[in-house]
Unconditional design. Sequence first.
Lengths: 128, 128, 128, 128
Amino acid sequence: MIILDYKDRRPIYEQVTEKLQELILCGILEEDSQLPSVRSLATQLSINPNTIQRAYAELERKGFIYSVKGKGSFVADASSIKALKTGQLRRDLNEWMRQARNAGITEDKIHRWIAEDWTKIMPEGGEL
Amino acid sequence: MIILDYKDRRPIYEQVTEKLQELILCGILEEDSQLPSVRSLATQLSINPNTIQRAYAELERKGFIYSVKGKGSFVADASSIKALKTGQLRRDLNEWMRQARNAGITEDKIHRWIAEDWTKIMPEGGEL
Amino acid sequence: MIILDYKDRRPIYEQVTEKLQELILCGILEEDSQLPSVRSLATQLSINPNTIQRAYAELERKGFIYSVKGKGSFVADASSIKALKTGQLRRDLNEWMRQARNAGITEDKIHRWIAEDWTKIMPEGGEL
Amino acid sequence: MIILDYKDRRPIYEQVTEKLQELILCGILEEDSQLPSVRSLATQLSINPNTIQRAYAELERKGFIYSVKGKGSFVADASSIKALKTGQLRRDLNEWMRQARNAGITEDKIHRWIAEDWTKIMPEGGEL
DNA sequence: GTGGTCTAGACCACG
DNA sequence: GTGGTCTAGACCACC
């Protein structure tokens, strides 16, 4: 379900965090469904359980999952997850717009860029 | 002219690189004008000259400035700088769109977000 | 595996970069195989780890190797390495041809030179 | 007759050396004709006389010019100049071939590259 | 253990 | 004075 890229310069735990986040957002991991245990996912990916532990902690901090001691980790409720991600995306967009404005890009140009490139973006056909 | 954020996890030289890049793009540092010397900027920011040296080397590699041994460092040709930045911004936007699409954001919604927030973005009133 | 020339006016890190690049191109260092660690190569060559670090950073920027924090540095994908080097060689040849043309060398003469000298070039029998 | 490029990373004296060498090779500066005096060329280029002095010394060392105390500097005899440059070019080509061979380039490919690109190389229409 | 960043202080080439 | 290179030694994040 997850493929690590060791050539990626980002830390492993960050890759795991991101991939799980995408799986949750795509709806592949449904609301309240149980995530694989820290140990099983670690052995499956041939990495240290500490790394998975850190990824899960990060996801819980962000509000995407919740953990129950002795039971496991579970996907948080869908609506709040969507709100979280939408808020983050909009903040990223605003930061990007600030830079674009400083570089002299007009609003019209941005709309045109989006119209041109939106369809070119593939709907994530690759593995996660 | 530059304020460092030591709480920021990114390396100092990267912060310096980014801030100088913004100053160049904003036109505050004009074409062929001389940048502060490695040593003077280092003492001004209370950091090691090597760190500034690395930031300048990075900016030169990217094509934003050029250095002349024994003379100093200077802002590169304005038009090529603009081309560089525009290309970078568009690539960033496409990466953002990929994420937005995965999160179920529609193209219409993005256009609406931009229309709403564009005017709210201040023309770089903050400190750099 | 690497011998430094302190009489050479070029910086040490550049010599190291070039020698490693040759070792990679010759296939002595194979795809995805691990390079010596920054510290070990530094002690082996009796130079400072920072210098090796800079050479590795340069090689990574050029696309010949990739680094993984906490793991090590590794030789990049062989096919893309070959493409990189071929492009560089052709650009070098064109620059050389410009000079030759200015000096009154004809195209025929160049073809003859190559035919004469190609077989004399040993397949890298020397040390690197 | 000479235009300096301050964006060029190479030292000024090296640029002057190279440009004069090209002017000599092109035949613009003829055998035994007098070069401009160190001081006059320095003021013409708005640089330090020491820099010109160093360029002339380099050219004399290489055998392209000869100096007569109290008289000035003069272009060496044409045939030996041509031999000098031809020898240098051939050595450069052999070094390039060594690299190409290590990278797996065949002799046929080189001949093809030259045939393709030779006519594209402009006969140095620019300023020197 | 690994790569990566930073500091302190030195030396060099250049103009 | 400038940019650029190198050393010595330290600390950090990651695995």
